[in-house]
Design a protein around this ligand. Structure first.
Ligand code: URP
Ligand code: ZN
Ligand code: ZN
Ligand code: ZN
Length: 510
């Protein structure tokens, strides 16, 4: 990485009249095409003190305003990544990107907010929350939290309520895989879905059948397949499809909305398509790696190259990615995350003799916006407005922070990017801002480049330079009862009235 922590902190006021680092508190974006999820138009955008205060043509301003010419470029809401793991302790190590380096990478790629997963400490939600509050202190952009549920008892149930009502968390993730560590039972899944529903919190699942994965891993080891390819072979799409179907059916049984994270296979996607067609409230999140990569590199003869692609559910055979892209373009899947969860080559080497010990996870925070633009918009599969929807707006709606986030509207937070469709990007670990020493998108080039990122009303990325300050990022509290909960009560009462009267039976005599 070309930037160490220390030289990412810019000197106070360089290039600006204000004394605060990186700040121009008044900014005018002139002449760009302003894009929201449902509309685009050529307009100026005027920002003051971190908030968008005007969106209209020909805004006139006086002195002391930084003016950025956006003519011929797109002015869009900054990306929101619904799925990251920064500073996560996992598989015997800790992700190499923390809240500062991960967010630096995000900002350089046009993402201005992310939602990270708090992992409870020994099952304790409050201890997990406190730990993540500490980890996030160095944040240079806005962030929110989901929380994982890894065991079940009265305390967990009570703490879920505290998290929702006091701490601003409105979603909980249940791992159906990682047997022996994070994996939970169907019984817990049902209890968890019920509790989520009563709190208006969104239930999320990592959908793979963990018992079957365990069996698949044993099978590979017995066959002598110990390399990274064993990872993919041990947990085929059927196991993701099965767990996705099970989670959907159990959520349907409880009548709670469901969010399926990192949809990686046709099998899982088709379960979501079927459920949505029947009217069930299911959200499907593909991640960039699943959309644009395939599993071929897992057979690479160099361990380091192959191991960097190990994540769960696995990156699939060619064909799955294309199908996921089509599902995204037709609305079967709704928003794109990254599952950014980086381990460097040394950490990946923990599994040099046994694929089961390779820490699971890939990069993507910096690359998501560019790769979705190039793969989906440049290819003609989705419109520019759709791009805004799947990278920002839909995430803001689902996690109930719209239109503060995910929109360029008067009163919204000034989290904005300027994308030049005539420029181009190229990805390399030599130039990326993540701390990891590899990149699963190494060498990829494409059209479109995020030239400017504005986060919280400050220009933090311009001329290929970051100007970021640890501590500038704010925690964004997220309220329960998003739009998916509309109509839930009605469906419950219809269910109750549909139950036929119980039969009164007399004692049998013969
Ligand atoms: O391989 C992955 N996905 N690592 C992060 C943890 C998870 O399952 O999301
Ligand atoms: Zn500065
Ligand atoms: Zn997961
Ligand atoms: Zn994840």
């Amino acid at each position: 990485s070309p930037l160490s922590d220390s030289n990412q902190f810019c000197d106070a006021g360089i290039g600006y009249s204000e004394s605060t680092c990186g700040v121009a508190s008044k900014i005018l974006l002139k002449g760009g095409t302003v894009v929201n999820a449902h509309h685009q138009e050529v307009a100026d955008v005027y920002i003051e003190d971190g908030i968008i205060v005007a969106v209209q043509s020909n805004i006139l301003v006086g002195d002391g305003v930084k003016i950025i010419d956006a003519t011929g470029k797109y002015v869009m809401p900054g990306g929101i990544d619904p799925h990251t793991h920064l500073a996560m302790e996992f598989m015997g190590t800790e992700t190499i990107d923390d809240f500062f380096s991960g967010q630096a990478a995000a900002l350089a790629g046009g993402t201005t907010m992310h939602i990270d997963f708090i992992i409870p400490v020994n099952g304790s939600l409050s201890a997990g929350y406190e730990a993540y509050v500490k980890k996030a202190k160095k944040s240079c952009m806005d962030y929110g939290f989901h929380m994982a549920i890894t065991k079940w008892d009265e305390t967990v149930s009570r703490e879920m309520e505290i998290m929702v009502k006091d701490k601003g968390i409105n979603s909980f993730k249940f791992f159906m895989a990682y047997k022996g560590s994070l994996m939970i039972s169907d019984e817990l899944l049902i209890e968890g879905f019920k509790k989520c529903k009563s709190l208006g919190a969104l239930a999320m699942v990592h959908a793979e059948n963990g018992d079957a994965v365990f069996e698949g891993q044993k099978r590979m080891i017995e066959l002598g397949i110990t390399g990274p390819e064993g990872h993919a072979l041990s947990r085929p799409p059927a196991l993701e499809g099965e767990a996705t179907s099970r989670a959907i059916r159990l959520a349907g049984f409880v009548n709670s909305p469901l969010y399926v994270v990192h949809v990686m296979s046709i099998d899982a996607m088709e379960e979501i398509a079927k459920a949505r067609k029947s009217g069930q409230k299911v959200i499907g999140e593909p991640v960039v790696s699943g959309l644009v990569l395939d599993d071929s590199a897992l057979w690479d003869p160099h361990f380091q190259t192959a191991a960097k692609y190990v994540m769960s559910p696995p990156i699939r055979a060619p064909g799955h990615g294309k199908a996921l892209q089509a599902a995204l373009s037709t609305g079967v899947l709704q928003l794109v995350g990254t599952d950014h969860c980086t381990f460097n080559s040394t950490q990946k080497a923990l599994g040099i003799d046994d694929f089961r010990k390779i820490p699971n996870g890939v990069n993507g925070l910096e690359e998501r916006m560019h790769l979705v633009w190039d793969t989906m918009v440049v290819s003609g599969q989705i419109s520019v407005t759709d791009f805004v929807r799947v990278t920002s707006t839909e995430c803001a709606r689902i996690f109930n922070i719209y239109p503060r986030k995910g929109a360029i509207l008067v009163g919204s937070d000034a989290d904005i990017i300027i994308l030049n469709p005539n420029s181009s990007f190229e990805i390399s670990s030599k130039t990326h801002h993540s701390r990891t020493d590899t990149n699963v998108y190494e060498g990829r080039k494409g059209k479109g480049k995020v030239e400017v990122t504005i986060a919280g009303g400050k220009v933090v990325w311009e001329n290929d330079e970051l100007k970021i300050v640890p501590g500038d990022g704010k925690y964004v509290k997220m309220a329960p009862f998003n739009y998916l909960f509309d109509g839930i009560e009605k469906a419950d009462s219809e269910y109750l009235s549909s139950l036929r009267a119980p039969v009164i039976r007399s004692k049998q005599t013969s």
